[in-house]
Design a protein around this ligand. Structure first.
Ligand SMILES: NC(=O)C1=CN([C@@H]2O[C@H](COP(=O)(O)OP(=O)(O)OC[C@H]3O[C@@H](n4cnc5c(N)ncnc54)[C@H](O)[C@@H]3O)[C@@H](O)[C@H]2O)C=CC1
Ligand SMILES: CC(=O)C(=O)O
Ligand SMILES: [Mg+2]
Length: 371
């Protein structure tokens, strides 16, 4: 199979879909790998490293899309990239379709087969291709939140760990999954006073067992959330209902109850965001203010630490990528129900129920399209 990897074109996105090590393994499996020139540069991988791995460097994204049977990326295809997809081609990348009707309609119109990293599952109930970027975004969240809290950035002027004689920042993390746990660990490590909210009692039991000495946890109800958010210096949004639009857990009215200059970091923004006042921002212009509360809502946070993120993502995607290339998407999905859970779009049909519900589009069962 010909595997194509274009350079990412989303604003300030420096990750790349394949590392030279991934290219080397794909070539060893008998595949041809086409890498757009400079695709890896933002992650510290030059063209020569890909050539050394046996890949071919091509000069334009157009050529990558025209020649490849499967496109491997990081971010959801941008409008110009969507126009280059075609029937029979496989797209393997993050999609986040539930909050994005425009992209969904373009992918349906393209006729391509689109497998979303973020809905591939594993047999422990996890999301193995979302997890590495959730680990990165979770660890980044207190760091960017601390920056947002600085006075010059419009924040409250509170130091995470306080100092002797002055108490620490109060950090509330809503959602105690991968993002939330990593965010809470780092925030606690910075000396903040941290509470994690989650709807899952088994998850709260796990957090209590493992991290009970480092941060507190509480069951997530609207009442508990309102009370804690009103006392917070920083709120990190880290909820997920897989594939679906994020539930709105903090309303605009609640902002007036908060401390002026408090920071909201909405990591769940790629699924539409869990604060009513969230809207996606970019690394170039990451924060904005609503009713005196500072919002950070960058939808591709891991792009800020592209080298770490590219390698971490590549480690997770490689076995799935090889499986898709070796067997073809249909057989690979038929043999692996977890990969089949990644199938969101095939030949003009939507195949993921939570996206269909969010966008009011009819869904065809993925098990029918692999027959
Ligand atoms: N902005 C960015 O750059 C990035 C964003 N993300 C996003 O971060 C979000 C979280 O991802 P993960 O931590 O990997 O998901 P996860 O599935 O590991 O954790 C989500 C947690 O939210 C909890 N939850 C669901 N509804 C809740 C509610 N009403 N109140 C409290 N908790 C609730 C679940 O029980 C679960 O523990 C996703 O939307 C993901 O796409 C992930 C990586 C990068
Ligand atoms: C998960 C995701 O959307 C990202 O890493 O950008
Ligand atoms: Mg994202």
């Amino acid at each position: 199979m010909k595997i194509g990897c274009p350079k990412e074109i989303k604003s300030q996105e420096f990750r790349v879909g394949m590392t030279p090590n991934a290219a080397r393994e794909a070539v060893a499996h008998g595949h041809e790998v086409l890498i757009e020139t400079q695709a890896g540069a933002g992650s510290g991988f030059d063209d020569a490293a890909y050539v050394d791995a046996g890949a071919e460097i091509v000069q334009t994204a157009e050529e990558v899309f025209a020649r490849a049977d499967m496109i491997v990326k990081v971010k959801e295809p941008q409008a110009g990239e969507r126009k280059m997809l075609r029937e029979g081609q496989v797209l393997f990348t993050y999609l986040h379709l539930a909050p994005d009707p425009e992209q969904t309609h373009d992918l349906l119109a393209s006729g391509a087969t689109c497998i979303a990293y973020e809905t591939v599952t594993d047999d422990r109930g996890g999301l193995p291709l979302l997890a590495p970027m959730s680990e990165v975004a979770g660890r980044l969240a207190p760091q960017v939140g601390a920056w947002t809290l600085q006075k010059a950035n419009g924040g409250r002027g509170v130091l995470m760990g306080g100092v002797p004689g002055v108490g620490p920042a109060r950090v509330i993390v809503i959602g105690g999954g991968v993002v939330g746990t990593h965010a809470a660990r780092i925030a606690a490590g910075m000396g903040a006073d941290v509470t994690v909210l989650d709807r899952s009692l088994p998850r709260l039991r796990y957090l209590d067992d493992v991290f009970g000495g480092q941060f507190k946890n509480q069951y997530s109800t609207a009442g508990a959330t309102a009370e804690l958010v009103a006392q917070a210096d920083m709120v990190i949004g880290a909820v997920l209902i897989p594939g679906a639009a994020a539930p709105k857990l903090v309303s605009r009215a609640q902002l007036s109850e908060m401390k002026p200059g408090a920071a909201l970091v909405d990591v769940a923004i790629d699924q539409g965001g869990c604060f009513e006042t969230s809207k996606p921002t970019t690394h170039a212009d990451p924060i904005y203010e609503v009713d005196g509360i500072m919002h950070y809502c960058v939808a591709n946070m891991p792009g800020a630490v592209a080298r770490t993120s590219t390698i971490a993502l590549g480690n997770a995607t490689l076995p799935f990528l090889l499986n898709l290339a070796d067997k073809g998407w249909k057989q690979a999905c038929a043999e692996d129900p977890h990969l089949l859970n990644g199938l969101n779009v095939h030949a003009g049909q939507l195949t993921y129920y939570a996206v269909g519900r969010a966008l009011g589009i009819d869904v065809v069962s993925p098990s029918l399209v692999i027959k």
